[in-house]
Design a protein around this ligand. Sequence first.
Ligand code: MD6
Ligand code: FE
Length: 205
Amino acid sequence: MRTELAPGLIYLPGFYDRAAQAALLADIRAVMAEAPLFTPRMPRTGQPFSVRMTNCGPLGWVSDVQGGYRYQPRHPQTDQPWPAIPASVLKAWEEAGGYQHPPEACLVNLYGPQARMGLHQDRDEADLAAPVVSISLGDTGLFRFGGTSRGGGTKSLKLQSGDVVVIGGASRLAFHGIDRILAGSSTLLGEPGRINLTLRRVTVP
Ligand code: MD6
Ligand code: FE
């Protein structure tokens, strides 16, 4: 199923079945073994995010007080290049993203049961013609999305394990976030928590 929730905001529930989710999880665990999770910090305040992150692909998104939000080719702690984006992850970009150039970054967010993500826009990419493709694994996340200005109304959507969301077109700069995690709603991870993968094109092709 493919539902357009707003112009350019596409929801594909159950894009990955349970077997595909397990394969995806094994691939992401291998990424996390090579590129360990780190805790990003807000640029101005130094306040830590409640999610931990890592990346795969030629570029990775990082944030700290020294450099602010940015993409860089190496892990901030190991100084190693990020691992390649697994084929299992690229499948969502290729089949749901509808963009002719490959993604350059896959941000991996790990939510513990108490973690959340405040309303934000994804606007650190030079290529805003490309969509962002998001994959959810593990516990359900309560996703909130609004329009392209901060003041407007918002709606919420439960993102379950295996769901894919594409944010592109007129919604590319829509505000969105995760209000909370429904801990224990999935058995995939073997523990409470949620993993979200977001595939991005960063540079203009
Ligand atoms: C999350 N997602 O689902 C957070 N960003 O955990 C995002 O921040 C996001 O789902 C851009 C496009 C799609 C997303
Ligand atoms: Fe985002």
